[in-house]
Design a protein around this ligand. Structure first.
Ligand SMILES: Cc1ncc(COP(=O)(O)O)c(C=O)c1O
Length: 387
């Protein structure tokens, strides 16, 4: 899914959301949890002229610059073959990713977006009587789904500068716990210091499973330093999840993968809801991985957009979570975030409302096209000038 639907969305109550989450990856795979309606989901692509009349969607952490031209071409070329099941291509893509990442093909699990992987980890934790240990104010894909299954979740508070408190998390680790880390964290955009992360994963994975969500890691400035796949290679109980929804600009196509222990991958496959990976996503994923020019271009464009959002916050005089490294900023709006989001929407800009309830005056704003950032800046200035 493009991003989890907001708990405060008028379209869905939290209870309803939990119920949906309770049906697990099936609902996610059907797109029931998608963050925006179909009509809103029409994103500008590299091929389309910017549409300045529509809503600027700066709430869903999509890549507004669109997918790789090579991925689009690969999908066009494959359309006539979709009457076949995707099994053989899936095996090939798994082998390709395994060779690229230095793991065995059995250690690669490819799914329709990474959401089903997060849900499978939650399901696995519940079925194996594990408590999930994570941070407050993080991506909900694991903790909320784990709670919906009935698993216990422990949230450690953020540090004063809105980072994960790795010392506090380490101090809480106990037998029977499984750790979820989102790096960079959604919604704060903060990364865990690579040395601290490495020491944590090295120590904790000797006793406890760890799931590291790297959905935005390839947008970070020190990207390679934060990659934790070596622990998967070493055979530790570490799951590294990646997605093609973010830097590769394929949120609507639904494809992601995990690098993980082979026996765990086998167990998750047995859940039965992870096997349906779509053929066009498979060929587009392979082409995207081969299109290194698009990858580098997206890194530059994302950083430029992020820098513009940082400058916007400075101009508005609003604090943000420092040094964001994903495709978004987390900004203190100094008023109810739900009200801010409502007023922004009145001005044609969609940002996150009251989604992380512990921080009711903070909103997440993601990179848009230049004209969308202009519009966001203008709208926010108008709203915030009156508080
Ligand atoms: C941190 C994080 N992980 C995972 C996902 C799931 O993305 P997808 O299912 O599109 O791969 C998202 C989506 O916004 C996310 O922000």
């Amino acid at each position: 899914m493009s991003d989890l639907i907001h708990a405060d969305s008028p379209l869905i109550s939290r209870r309803h959301w939990l119920k949906l989450a309770g049906v697990g990856a099936g609902a996610a795979g059907l797109g029931l949890l998608s963050g925006c309606s179909q009509s809103e989901a029409v994103a500008d692509t590299a091929e389309a002229a910017p549409d300045t009349s529509g809503i600027a969607i700066m709430s869903s952490n999509e890549n507004p610059f669109g997918p790789s031209p090579m991925a689009m071409e690969a999908m066009r070329a494959e359309v006539g073959n979709i009457y076949r099941y995707s099994g053989p291509s899936l095996v090939e893509l798994g082998e390709y990713i395994a060779a690229r990442e230095g793991v065995a093909p059995e250690q690669v699990l490819i799914t329709n977006g990474s959401t089903p992987l997060l849900a499978a980890f939650s399901q696995w934790a519940f079925m194996n009587d594990k408590t999930i240990l994570t941070s407050a104010v993080t991506y909900e894909g694991v903790p909320r789904v784990a709670e919906a299954y009935g698993a216990n979740v422990i949230y450690t508070p953020l540090t004063p500068d809105l980072g994960y408190d790795m010392e506090a998390i380490a101090a809480q680790v106990a037998p029977g716990m499984a750790v979820y880390l989102c790096n960079p964290n959604n919604p704060t955009g903060r990364t865990i210091d690579p040395a601290v992360l490495d020491a944590f994963v090295d120590t904790v994975s000797q006793t406890n499973p760890i799931f590291i969500d790297e959905a935005y890691l390839d947008m970070a400035e020190d990207y390679p330093a934060g990659v934790m796949t070596k622990y998967v290679e070493m055979g530790r109980p570490v799951v590294v999840a990646r997605t093609f929804s973010k830097i590769y600009g394929m949120a609507g196509q639904r494809i992601g993968y995990a690098l993980m222990p082979a026996d765990m991958a086998m167990e998750w496959r047995g859940y039965g809801h992870l096997s349906s990976v779509n053929q066009l996503g498979i060929v587009a994923a392979r082409a995207s991985l081969e299109d290194t020019a698009h990858f580098e271009e997206m890194r530059l464009k994302t950083k430029a957009g992020r820098d513009r959002l940082i400058a916007m916050a400075a101009d508005l005089g609003r604090p943000i979570a420092p040094s964001p490294q994903g495709s978004f900023i987390f900004m203190d709006v100094g008023m109810s975030n739900a009200e801010f989001a409502r007023q922004m929407m009145d001005r044609g800009v969609r940002v996150v409302g009251n989604r992380w309830t512990a921080m009711p005056e903070w909103t997440r704003i993601c990179v848009g096209l230049d004209h969308e950032i202009d519009r966001c800046h203008e709208a926010a200035a108008e709203i915030l000038s009156s508080i």
